[in-house]
Design a protein around this ligand. Structure first.
Ligand code: FPP
Length: 244
């Protein structure tokens, strides 16, 4: 990876890791195997993001709506994530990754909450990449919890601005995502970073998450570089004639 490539990497990439179930079904395997392969894909993508100079990677591991899945899939996912933390924590820590969990910890099994706490504290000194794991997360939940915390902090209605509310959002420590990738062919946001992705560039890939790797990440980053980010303004480099 060249330094020039690193210099232009998106600072923050968010990913909806979709398609694990279909990956398994295509192989006549239980859905759980797809999620298991999904963890391996995540480790690959973390390394690829580090190599490309990305600062923040935010992944949707379990949404507030995923509780609607069959009980055995939900408990399978909880167990898988718990096992993944104990299996990969040391390796991910050695890679220089700081782990942060975003989402509603209520209703998440105590064992998993304790494992998250360990993962966060044991990697707090790392600074190569911050991996934000969205777990029991929903974009609407995030906005509501931020409003609640802002009110609880005594913020008066007239003092509430976008900037002040942003301080209470779950990703207050990170810049807004530059690039949002959703794998698995669906073209929707599914209640992921609603507030934070106001000006994020979206790339939808047909690749199923367990098959996602460096080549697919580079294709998404290349698509990102084709975009003309105007953040609601105009690009001064573009003349009105070119724009029309
Ligand atoms: C969506 O695929 C995927 C999920 C709901 C789970 C993703 C979780 C992981 C990859 C594990 C992450 C682990 C850690 C440690 C953070 P789907 O089941 O909706 O697939 P389908 O659309 O093909 O049915």
């Amino acid at each position: 990876m060249t330094e020039a490539f690193k210099a232009v990497a998106p600072r923050h990439i968010a990913i909806v890791m979709d398609g694990n179930g279909r990956w398994a079904k295509k192989r006549f395997l239980p859905r759980f195997f797809g999620h298991k392969q999904g963890v391996d894909a995540l480790i690959r993508v973390i390394q690829a993001c580090i190599d490309r100079g990305v600062d923040h990677l935010t992944v949707f591991a379990f949404s507030s709506e995923n509780w609607k899945r069959p009980t055995e899939e939900v408990s399978g996912l909880m167990g898988l994530v718990l096992a993944a933390v104990s299996r990969y924590l040391a390796r991910v820590g050695q890679m220089g990754v700081r782990i942060r969990i975003i989402g509603d910890r209520e209703a998440v099994p105590d064992k998993l909450v304790a494992a998250w706490r360990d993962a966060e504290s044991s990697t707090a000194h790392n600074d190569k990449l911050t991996l934000n794991v969205a777990f029991n997360y929903g974009g609407r939940w995030d906005i509501v919890q931020a409003c609640r915390r802002a009110l609880a902090a005594g913020l008066a209605p007239e003092a509430l601005t976008e900037e002040r509310l942003a301080e209470f959002m779950a990703l207050a420590h990170a810049p807004d995502p530059d690039l949002f990738i959703r794998t698995g062919g669906e073209v929707r946001i599914s209640n992921f970073l609603l507030w934070q992705s106001a000006y994020t560039e979206f790339v939808f890939s047909d690749c199923l998450w367990p098959d996602f790797g460096e080549a697919e990440l580079d294709a998404a980053i290349a698509a990102f570089h084709q975009r003309d980010r105007r953040f609601g303004g105009v690009n001064p480099a573009v003349t009105p004639a070119q724009e029309a």
